[in-house]
Ligand binder design. Structure first.
Ligand SMILES: Nc1ncnc2c1ncn2[C@@H]1O[C@H](COP(=O)(O)OP(=O)(O)OP(=O)(O)O)[C@@H](O)[C@H]1O
Ligand SMILES: [Mg+2]
Length: 138
């Protein structure tokens, strides 16, 4: 599936499409350059899943937990990860193989730890500053 967000105002709609197209996996891997809009899209996804607290990038830890009435959500940012061992040490498996939603930025940092099945979300900045969002089930 290929969607276009011409502004952040369209992200709630796109987030809805992403959630409803992901029937059997709650793991979402976000690909895209720095500043592409991964965190912004994850905020919209959290909003659609009923999170009311503000979602921010996990700056001081690798993972942030968001609570809503119906869903447990974990937001990972592996950008500063130096080795995959750090992901093992923080117990990533407890999160990945739970029933919770897992939104993962910079999965490139954990190439050997990726689950067999997941939703791949790629965000690409277009010349007119809109964002192309490509969703693929792996
Ligand atoms: N669909 C969009 N249309 C216009 N601007 C957007 C859109 N999505 C995100 N932006 C803007 O892009 C900027 C960077 O977004 P964001 O922090 O989400 O990037 P990121 O991919 O998470 O970067 P990083 O890899 O550094 O974590 C923000 O200022 C945000 O408002
Ligand atoms: Mg980010």
């Amino acid at each position: 599936m290929h969607l276009i967000a011409t502004s952040t105002a369209e992200l709630p709609f796109i987030a809805n499409e992403i959630i409803s197209s992901a029937a059997d996996s709650r793991i979402f891997l976000f690909y895209g350059d720095m500043g592409a809009g991964k965190t912004t899209l994850i905020k919209a996804l959290c909003g659609q899943l009923g999170v009311t607290e503000p979602a921010t990038s996990p700056t001081f830890s690798i993972v942030n937990e968001y609570i809503s009435a119906d869903n447990n959500i974990y937001h990972f940012d592996f950008y500063r990860l130096k080795t995959e061992t750090e992901a093992l040490d923080m117990g990533y498996e407890e999160y990945f193989y739970s029933d919770a939603y897992c939104f993962i930025e910079w999965p490139e940092k954990i190439p050997n730890l990726l689950p067999e099945h997941y939703n791949k979300v790629e965000v690409v900045v277009q010349p007119d500053n809109s964002r192309s969002v490509i969703i693929e089930r792996i």
